[in-house]
Ligand binder design. Structure first.
Ligand code: C2E
Ligand code: CA
Ligand code: CA
Length: 755
């Protein structure tokens, strides 16, 4: 279907042409024929009128009646083939003579004057039949009309065909134009230019776009081989030539990214594509291709690479880059036999900093540590941040294990200590796990796992230290991981866990004043697991908070039961882990347990270890302890003497009781130095207004010594081991009974002596 304006125009032309052909020739024929006939009858009329005039002039008298003669005159020399009628009428219009047949229609008529002696005395009219002419005209009109119709259809069909073809051509041309426009535009947008090189002429041609892209003036810059090769930075020219040689040899298409010097001196990145050109006979005639400015893309790629391989916070390499690097180092060490090491670092108590001081301080700390590591290790070694507070270091070209240890010690020293961040004092430390390349692994996975195991070991040993991987660590850690899982289940299902109570005895009265609640775990397969094993596992797997809460609640329920039963001394001491202060709302937990169980707060003592204070000089500790005191519970400082807390700090905290660690008691009676130390500690407690209690007394001599030194209370195997509640209370009753017996005995002795 063609409905374009052009087609319509063409159709109209065809129609007009047909109409012209159909109408004009018959019209012209008619006109010419009419003129000719008219002229003929006018001539005839003139000629007949002249002859009649001549005759009348000669026979002036009564000429009107010379009808025969006049008829002869007018009939003379008149063609017979066409019907003609002639009439002579006088000046009044009265017909005097009529000659010839009636002509019928169509006819032409004309008249000429009959003039005698200058006077018109009448007229001669000639009527001429034009029937045959009319027929002729009609026929020719029909003929031409037919011709017009034929031409119309005859023309319009080819016109349509032609038009269709033209239209197709035009569409194709438009598309081509559009496409080449698009191509130009795309080339411009895509910063692509064309070039070609002809072997025979040794001529290199550049498109305008290339000049534009490279910033050279087409008038001033001649694309000679030397000039162009000069533009490639570094070894670009030789690399390009090598690629093009390959293209020519193997007729392949190749692309290469090269640095090219622009007109303004800047270096840009360009992708140069080369193809081979052959003639119709397959002869290699030249090469051609494109140049694309990919400077922006390269910059983006570089940016992406930075993003993909670096930690945005510290700018150190990230885990991905680290893995690549570790593979490189492994390869090199295996090839050259050199030593290397993988160090994994973990910041001690980083989570606490983050939780209590906020993420911005946490982030600042990470940046600071990254800075310290980079400065300490310099460019020789590779430092990465693997995520969170985990850093990794690759030591290369070290002389051996000793040097690795030396570096580890240095790192611990540099990172540990107090730092001021955002006007807050933060104390950090780091633990390091070391795997030696290739002794402790020949794949990055093995090395990382072993360094991780060593790190775990370092943290277990008390943080702030390094540990080198040892075979067997693996099993130990796996066992711990399995135990952690079992402990989680035990807590979740309240299965296998229980609380034992160890009496605390007042040295002056000899009576039980309370009990320390100690967690016990009866593992379904392993049987009793000692707290020295499962408590550290609970600490490192974050189960300690749940465990602590569980023991707290059980102990409170038990103490309330004793209280309700009227027991004399149902005070319970419950151990609280540092994690409970940092990661839970301890105050709320304690008060809700007290509310739930109805235990009077003064019957609950919380034991906190000294290490809690050594870690953070934080207001949080003070706030929590103060709030706990406000709840009415008492606080004991556990394991005193084993931590690092400063005495000055101790005095600021609201502790009621000082628990002297077992190491000061064990063997004390036999050592003067130990006795003096113990004396000092007890005096210190007293001086601070605290009750002193000695842990782990196993011998009667120790009790005697402690009594002598003025210690208030004792908790130890010498009295009783931790035991289930019923046994513990039975022991207390027995002790009470003993004390009572002693008292009665002494009273009786006194009475006897006084009597
Ligand atoms: P701790 O808080 O110092 O508890 C005292 C530990 O000394 C107990 O060990 C106790 O059985 C032991 N002991 C008492 N008297 C003597 C003695 O005369 N000689 C010897 N050799 N040991 C004695 P246990 O029950 O094995 O607990 C070990 C540690 O586990 C506890 O030390 C405490 O730090 C932790 N722990 C136990 N239960 C819990 C708990 O519920 N929460 C928390 N956070 N820690 C707990
Ligand atoms: Ca304790
Ligand atoms: Ca203790």
């Amino acid at each position: 279907m063609i409905n374009s304006a052009r087609t319509k125009g063409r159709m109209r032309i065809a129609l007009a042409l047909s109409l012209v052909i159909a109408l004009v020739p018959p019209f012209v024929h008619g006109l010419v024929s009419y003129r000719y006939q008219m002229r003929a009858i006018e001539f005839l009329a003139d000629m007949q009128a002249a002859r009649v005039s001549k005759y009348i002039y000669a026979h002036e008298a009564m000429w009107q009646y010379h009808k025969v003669r006049l008829t002869e005159i007018v009939e003379f020399q008149v063609p017979r083939s066409v019907p003609i009628r002639q009439r002579i009428y006088d000046a009044e219009g009265e017909t005097l003579l009529e000659v010839g047949e009636p002509t019928g229609r169509p006819s032409l008529a004309t008249s000429a004057p009959i003039i005698v002696a200058g006077t018109e005395i009448g007229r001669l009219e000639v009527i001429f039949s034009v029937a045959s002419e009319a027929l002729e005209i009609l026929l020719s009109a029909l003929f031409f009309m037919l011709l017009g119709i034929l031409i119309y259809f005859g023309r319009s069909i080819p016109v349509r065909k032609l038009d269709e073809a033209i239209l197709e051509l035009e569409t194709a041309r438009n598309a081509l134009e559009h496409r080449s426009g698009q191509l130009n535009e795309a080339q411009h947008l895509g910063k692509i230019g064309d070039w070609s090189y002809q072997f025979d002429k040794e001529a290199l041609w550049w498109s305008d776009e290339i000049y534009h892209l490279l910033g050279y003036d087409p008038e001033a810059f001649a694309t000679t081989r030397d000039a162009v090769m000069e533009l490639y930075a570094d070894d670009g020219a030789s690399r390009l030539l090598a690629v093009q040689a390959e293209v020519i040899r193997h007729s392949v298409v190749r692309s290469i990214d090269l640095k090219v010097r622009r007109g303004d001196g800047d270096i840009g990145y360009f992708a140069i594509t080369t193809k081979l050109r052959t003639d119709s006979e397959g002869r290699k005639t030249g090469i051609y291709g494109t140049i694309q400015d990919i400077t922006d893309r390269k910059a983006a790629e570089e940016q992406l690479e930075i993003l993909a391989f670096h930690d945005p916070l510290t700018g150190l390499a990230n885990r991905t880059l680290f893995h690549r690097r570790i593979d490189d180092v492994l390869c090199r060490c295996e090839r050259t036999g050199e030593s290397g090491a993988l160090l994994l670092l973990d910041l001690d108590r980083f989570k606490d900093v983050n939780d209590t001081l906020g993420h911005s301080v946490g982030d600042a700390l990470l940046v600071k540590v990254a800075h310290l590591l980079a400065r300490t290790l310099g460019n020789e070694h590779f430092v990465a941040r693997l995520g969170g507070d985990e850093f990794a270091i690759l030591l290369e070209g070290v002389s051996g294990q000793e040097e690795c240890e030396h570096i580890a010690v240095e790192i611990v020293a540099v990172v540990s200590g107090m730092t001021v961040l955002d006007r807050v004092e933060v104390t950090v430390g780091t633990s390091i796990g070391i795997a030696i390349i290739v002794d402790h692994g020949t794949t990055s996975t093995d090395l990382l796992r072993n360094a991780d195991l060593a790190l775990y070991g370092a943290k277990e040993e008390g943080r702030g230290r390094y540990k080198i991987f040892e075979p067997g660590m693996d099993e130990a850690v796996q066992e711990k991981v399995a135990l952690a899982l079992d402990l989680r289940n035990a807590l979740a299902n309240d299965e296998g866990l229980s609380v034992h109570y160890q009496p605390q005895v007042d040295l002056t009265t000899g009576r039980v004043i309370g009990y320390e609640a100690l967690a016990r775990w009866n593992h379904p397969v392993r049987g009793n697991v000692p707290p020295s094993l499962f408590v550290p596992i609970a600490e490192s797997s974050h189960l300690i908070c749940d465990l602590g809460y569980w023991v707290l609640r059980q102990a409170a329920l038990q103490a309330k039961e004793w209280h309700d039963a009227g027991a004399a001394a149902p005070l319970v001491a419950v151990n609280v882990s540092a994690a409970q202060i940092w990661n839970t709302d301890l105050v709320n937990d304690v008060s809700s347990v007290l509310a739930e169980t109805g235990l009077p707060p003064e019957l609950l003592c919380l034991e906190l270890t000294e290490s809690l204070l050594a870690d953070q000089k934080e207001s949080r500790v003070r706030t929590v302890l103060k709030s706990l005191k406000q709840c009415g519970v008492s606080l004991a400082l556990d394991d005193f003497g084993t931590g690092y807390s400063s005495l000055g700090y101790l005095t600021q905290l609201p502790f009621d009781k000082l628990k002297i660690d077992r190491i000061f008691i064990d063997g004390a009676p036999d050592s003067r130095r130990a006795i003096e130390l113990l004396r000092g500690i007890i005096a210190l407690g007293r001086g601070l207004g605290m009750t002193t209690i000695a842990e782990g007394a196993e011998k009667q001599q120790e009790i005697a010594l402690l009594k002598e030194l003025g210690c208030d209370q004792v908790q130890g195997f010498v009295y009783a081991r931790p035991a289930p509640a019923t046994e513990a209370i039975a022991f207390a009753l027995r002790l009470d009974a003993d004390a009572m017996a002693v008292k009665i005995n002494s009273q009786q002795t006194a009475m006897a002596s006084s009597a």
